[in-house]
Design a protein around this ligand. Structure first.
Ligand SMILES: [Zn+2]
Length: 365
């Protein structure tokens, strides 16, 4: 065990410090939300968003030049770029080894389910509908529901994970457009959905250029998703007679899972902040109490925590035991400003339990 294997990347700290640059603006949006609703919680939220990443609890092992970061206060807000980055990395770290393991026996596909863009007033209803209808897809793949003439079981589905992303397009003088979609990973049979890309439809074009042809499987999912979303019955006949569904793309993920664990509203940021208060308010209510990430099948039942955490705790305890042989640590409470000044010196090594977790799980995020 080498301590330096688990040190905190100083560049990553600087990057995070940059990520909170837009938090003042987010805090202002919460203050405005408070003036409109008179709900105290929005005011408290404004304060915690401002204070995010600002205070660091540290154990300083002076003789050894080591600082162990015990805790950093984080706001955990869904609009804080720093906290969302932390969370998406944590999710990725959690799922990555499990998915890699499944990949030895199965193929993992990145499937994106889209619905037509909507405006701010329609966003909440659109998301509610997407959330209600998506589980039907999983039920058909899993065999809980059956469709005469279409054998969803044949793809060998054993699990999936579904993440939400909402991108926002603001064009001057036009109403803001929202583009909600699900990034999913589906665990299917090896080579379960190979097929020729031969179909061309409206979703094949991007800015007028032909970008993509679709397989039979993609066309089936496009139509199936459309039918569920619009409350229509799924039968082989209806699928055959339907001209076009909604955009769905299927690609072999091959170990590349990041899109799924990305934070939901990253695409609504510009230069480190949400476009404007209206967009913020729309997204705030649309995402209120909404579960952004959901696992199904083997990816729901899996007990992620215990597998990884025991090893992390063990390594961390070993490191602390080594450090304490020389000296007991001195407690420090530092501000981000003080930390940033210190990062310029090379004589201090920062460690943290998080850094150990990342290293042990070979997280390249
Ligand atoms: Zn934060």
């Amino acid at each position: 065990m080498k301590l330096t294997d688990y040190k905190v990347d100083k560049k990553a700290v600087k990057k995070s410090a940059k990520r909170i640059a837009g938090n003042e603006i987010i805090a202002d949006f919460y203050r405005q939300l408070y003036t409109e609703t008179a709900r105290e919680k929005h005011l408290n939220r404004a304060e915690s968003v401002c204070g995010c990443f600002q205070l660091w609890d540290i154990d300083h092992y002076r003789k050894q030049g080591i600082k162990d970061i015990k805790r950093i206060n984080l706001c955990k807000d869904k609009f804080c770029l720093n906290c969302q980055n932390v969370q998406s990395k944590r999710r990725y770290t959690k799922y990555k080894p499990v998915l890699d393991d499944l990949m030895t026996e199965r193929d993992i596909y990145h499937i994106v389910f889209t619905v037509p863009n909507c405006d701010g007033k329609e966003l909440l209803g659109t998301l509610d509908r997407m959330y209600t209808k998506f589980p039907y897809i999983v039920r058909y793949f899993g065999g809980e529901r059956k469709c005469n003439g279409i054998d969803f079981r044949s793809y060998g589905y054993i699990g999936a994970v579904r993440g939400l992303e909402i991108t926002t397009k603001a064009t001057k003088g036009k109403q803001v457009e929202y583009h909600p979609h699900f990034h999913c990973l589906f665990v299917l049979h090896k080579k379960g959905v190979n097929g020729k890309r031969k179909h061309i439809n409206d979703f094949s074009y991007h800015n007028g250029k032909l970008r993509r042809k679709f397989t039979d499987f993609e066309i089936l999912l496009q139509k199936t998703w459309y039918l569920f979303y619009n409350d229509q019955r799924l039968t082989a006949d209806v699928v055959n007679s339907l001209q076009q569904g909604y955009s769905v793309t299927v690609d072999r993920a091959n170990g590349n899972y990041k899109e799924v664990f990305k934070y939901a509203v990253k695409g609504s940021f510009k230069d480190g902040a949400i476009f404007n208060y209206d967009v913020f308010e729309t997204l705030y209510y649309a995402l209120h109490r909404r579960k952004v990430l959901q696992g199904y099948g083997v990816l729901n039942k899996y007990d992620f925590e215990t597998v990884a955490e025991a090893e992390v705790e063990k390594v961390y305890a070993e490191i602390l035991a080594e450090l304490r042989k020389i000296e007991d640590p001195e407690k420090q409470l530092l501000t981000l400003q003080e930390i940033c000044a210190e990062l310029e010196h090379d004589d201090i090594t920062y460690i943290s339990k998080n850094a150990i977790r990342r290293e042990l799980l070979h997280n390249d995020a």
